[in-house]
Design a protein around this ligand. Structure first.
Ligand SMILES: Cc1cc2nc3c(=O)[nH]c(=O)nc-3n(C[C@H](O)[C@H](O)[C@H](O)COP(=O)(O)OP(=O)(O)OC[C@H]3O[C@@H](n4cnc5c(N)ncnc54)[C@H](O)[C@@H]3O)c2cc1C
Length: 760
């Protein structure tokens, strides 16, 4: 098989940075073929065990490049039907996994910035392997390192790759309009090998009045060059890191200490769960950025900057963590890990490192007044976003919003029955339900579109998504008939009563009991922290078989009217100006028909909706509300002190938040795409919840530093910024970390379900 087959353009589904809006494209399956072909080629010509020999012998690199050229990898991007940055990313990730510096990035950057080539030109010779390029990166973001005098180049360029086999040096010139091409065997050119982080394979090139050929680049092509370099380097660093991370995950299942595999220790599991979030988040963002560049999206430069900024810091952290996980064995040079450590650290610091990328993001948000670009949710999702927005503009006027705020203040909680009934008329409460239950059978991405606009318009939540999912999955026909229509109409709300004073994370240890008495159950016990205590129904988990083993067995779930005789509520104020309730059940009688799912099978009912709860409800809501807050923060900064906006510390912090927000959005969207594929995202939803909730906390803390004491003033206090929303969200953010299963519990789940690490 040749790579030419893999990079052909076909139409089809794409979930790696592509969406259904992207009609003419190479499919994921094509890219998987490309990946496999490059991986096989490298295993043959650049095997891990011969790395030292290969890296010191230019003939090995020449053989790799010749093989890649023969299979078409050197021509990706050279013509409209020759693939794009998404295919380049695949090749570079594989080169990263092999710690091989074959010049795929230089070739792709040349093609993608300079455009299609005719026979005999440098581009055509690069594609054919007769000319081998090396790209000088530094001039793209900082001083070029060279000066032009009398149409010759003088200066020093550092950390150049593959010079031992290269024929042409590509130098972006400081005028930002020219790519200088220097023949490496020309007069005035000297090449000296350097070691960076102790690794070989890099060079310093001296130019002393060296002749060059100029290729004119329009302004836009300069930006293309930078985007390709950022995404390409991030992809290679991602491959480098992913390889060591996978090795570490494998190692911890084998290595035994204290009589068990070290991967069973929670400290190791949580470290690797964090790493998985970083590695996957980075991979998603890189693919999105590459797709945006290929589709020539106007915001492609922002995604590319975010991808590089995140890769630069997160992958280095993962690299350190994986080394800690290996212990001393990974410290030996004969192990594969050190070469990846060196490579990822060199790659991550190129192009001005994360700082320069974050500055580009800060310029967009602080100088240009830019908003967070909408995620491409596919044709249907994008259209639905517009439809919901039109509806809200018509029905959710500023006067309505103010009235709703007053109502919510009056109720003492964040639910507005009037609004719920209004939106109930649209049918959108059941937008993702199957049509047989009165729903609209819309996709998870349409659901995201809906949540996004509702958040943008500060609309209160409506519906009971977790309960309706459970009722549809486990309810009897009568239960569906009874409960679903009123939820759909916004007329009924259901609360969750699972937690008990002694059963938080360890929910399976709950003690509330439901005893069968004829056609009824009698419930006794105490529930705690029920947020939606004011709903018409409570979903109560209770033990129906006290002797069952394991303790997960013997639990059943009931839908209990919240005003049933025997229920007492003690309402408690929460630290975010809301409330939840302790609820006492004292001989509460419910008919047997109130049981949801079979007796003693409640655990399956409870856990079946966890993906919905954490992914779309939890993760989605957290991320989308953060987008809105981030825009408010930037608005606040722009409208304030000019010196503050110019402060590099402020700009870097804004760039950092924008980067993390982009990662959170990718994790959230990937859950929707997984769900669209018919699979419930479990560890992926947990990853979104962990990353987004902790970002929410970081955001709240950062705002206090960026805006100062005025940001601490609460709603209603004169001088409160954004009517106190920033400080309120900081107080609220803790809830996201603790509830829906604490982040420690989530990390354990990610490690055991996502990485397959042992339980003991
Ligand atoms: C604002 C808010 C609203 C809530 N709303 C509801 C609701 O509507 N209905 C409802 O039923 N519940 C609700 N909860 C409760 C929530 O589900 C629990 O808080 C959560 O399950 C954690 O339980 P806990 O608070 O008892 O903490 P604990 O389980 O006691 O945990 C304390 C600490 O120990 C850690 N820990 C515990 N076990 C482990 C372990 N095995 N490994 C590692 N670390 C561990 C936790 O991560 C945490 O850091 C709400 C909570 C909050 C904060």
């Amino acid at each position: 098989m040749t790579l030419d087959h893999s990079v052909r353009r076909t139409s089809g589904n794409d979930t790696g940075g592509g969406t259904p809006s992207d009609v003419d494209q190479t499919t994921d399956a094509d890219r998987a073929l490309l990946r496999d072909a490059v991986r096989a080629l490298l295993a043959d010509l650049w095997p891990a065990e011969d790395y030292e020999r290969d890296v010191s012998d230019p003939e090995c690199l020449r053989a790799v490049w010749a093989a890649l050229c023969a299979q078409g990898a050197a021509s990706i991007g050279s013509a409209p039907d020759a693939g794009g940055l998404r295919e380049v990313v695949v090749v570079l990730e594989e080169l990263g996994r092999a710690a091989c510096l074959a010049p795929a990035l230089a070739a792709a950057a040349f093609h993608l910035a300079v455009g299609p080539h005719t026979d005999g030109t440098l581009g055509a010779r690069i594609s054919g392997g007769q000319a081998i390029p090396v790209l000088a990166l530094d001039g793209l973001t900082g001083p070029a390192g060279v000066a032009v005098q009398d149409e010759r180049l003088t200066g020093v360029l550092d950390l150049l790759e593959a010079t031992e086999i290269a024929s042409h040096l590509l130098v972006p010139l400081p005028d930002r309009n020219t790519l200088a091409v220097v023949e490496l065997d020309a007069s005035g050119v000297t090449v000296e090998q350097v070691r960076a982080l102790g690794a070989a394979g890099l060079s310093r090139v001296g130019l002393d009045a060296a002749p060059y050929t100029a290729i004119a680049l329009p302004d836009i092509a300069w930006r293309d060059l930078l985007q390709v370099a950022r995404v390409g380097l991030a992809a290679r660093a991602h491959g480098e890191t992913a390889r060591t991370f996978e090795m570490a995950c494998e190692y911890v299942t084998q290595r035994q200490q204290f009589g068990r595999p070290v991967g069973a220790f929670q400290a190791v599991q949580h470290k690797l769960a964090n790493s998985l979030i970083a590695v996957d988040g980075c991979g998603l963002l890189i693919r999105q950025a590459a797709g945006n560049v290929d589709r020539k999206q106007p915001d492609a430069h922002l995604t590319a900057a975010a991808a590089f900024a995140f890769a630069s810091t997160a992958l280095r952290r993962v690299s350190l963590e994986t080394h800690h996980t290996f212990g001393a064995i990974g410290y030996a040079e004969e192990h594969e890990a050190p070469r990846h450590f060196k490579r990822v650290h060199v790659d991550a610091t190129r192009l001005g490192g994360a700082r320069a990328a974050r500055e580009e993001l800060a310029a967009h948000y602080l100088d240009e007044g830019g908003l967070v670009p909408d995620i491409d949710l596919g044709e249907l999702g994008n259209a639905f976003r517009n439809e919901v927005e039109s509806w809200l503009r018509a029905h959710w006027t500023p006067e309505e919003r103010a009235a709703s705020r007053r109502r919510r203040h009056e109720f003492g909680h964040d639910y507005d029955h009037e609004f719920a009934r209004l939106i109930g008329e649209t049918g959108w409460i059941g937008l993702s339900w199957p049509e047989e239950y009165g729903g609209q059978a819309r996709s998870p991405r349409e659901n995201l579109a809906y949540l996004q606009v509702m958040e943008r318009y500060d609309a209160p939540r409506a519906g009971s998504p977790v309960h309706s999912a459970m009722i549809m999955a486990h309810g009897t026909p009568e239960q569906r008939q009874r409960f679903l229509p009123e939820i759909l109409a916004g007329a009924a709300l259901h609360g969750i009563s699972y937690s008990e004073p002694d059963s938080g994370s360890d929910l399976a240890s709950l003690r509330a009991r439901a005893v069968r008495d004829g056609d009824e159950y009698v419930i006794d016990g105490q529930k705690i922290w029920t947020t939606t205590y004011y709903g018409e129904y409570l979903l109560v988990a209770a033990r129906t078989d006290p002797d069952a083993h394991p303790k997960h067995a013997g639990i059943s779930v009931f839908m209990v009217p919240s005003d049933a005789p025997g229920i007492t509520k003690r309402i408690i104020d929460t630290m975010y100006d809301g409330s939840f309730a302790n609820i006492f059940f004292d001989g509460v009688r419910v008919p047997a028909s109130a049981r949801l799912g079979p007796e003693n099978d409640g655990w399956r009912v409870l856990t079946s909706a966890l993906g919905t709860e954490r992914g779309v409800v939890g993760g989605g809501q957290i991320v989308l509300s953060l987008v809105r807050l981030f825009e408010l923060l930037c608005e606040e900064l722009r409208g304030g002190d000019v010196a503050r906006v110019a402060d590099s510390v402020v700009r870097d912090a804004v760039g950092q938040l924008a980067t993390d927000l982009e990662v959170a959005r990718q994790l959230m969207t990937s859950c929707a795409l997984i769900a669209e594929g018919g699979v419930s995202p479990l560890h992926e939803a947990a990853m979104t919840k962990v990353f987004a909730s902790e970002l929410h906390e970081r955001f709240g803390e950062a705002v206090l530093d960026l805006l100062g004491p005025a940001a601490t003033l609460s709603a209603g206090t004169p001088g409160a910024l954004a009517d106190g929303r920033f400080e309120l969200r900081l107080r609220h953010s803790l809830m996201w970390v603790i509830s829906l299963g604490t982040n420690e519990i989530q990390r354990t789940l990610i490690a055991q379900r996502g990485l397959g690490l042992p339980r003991r």
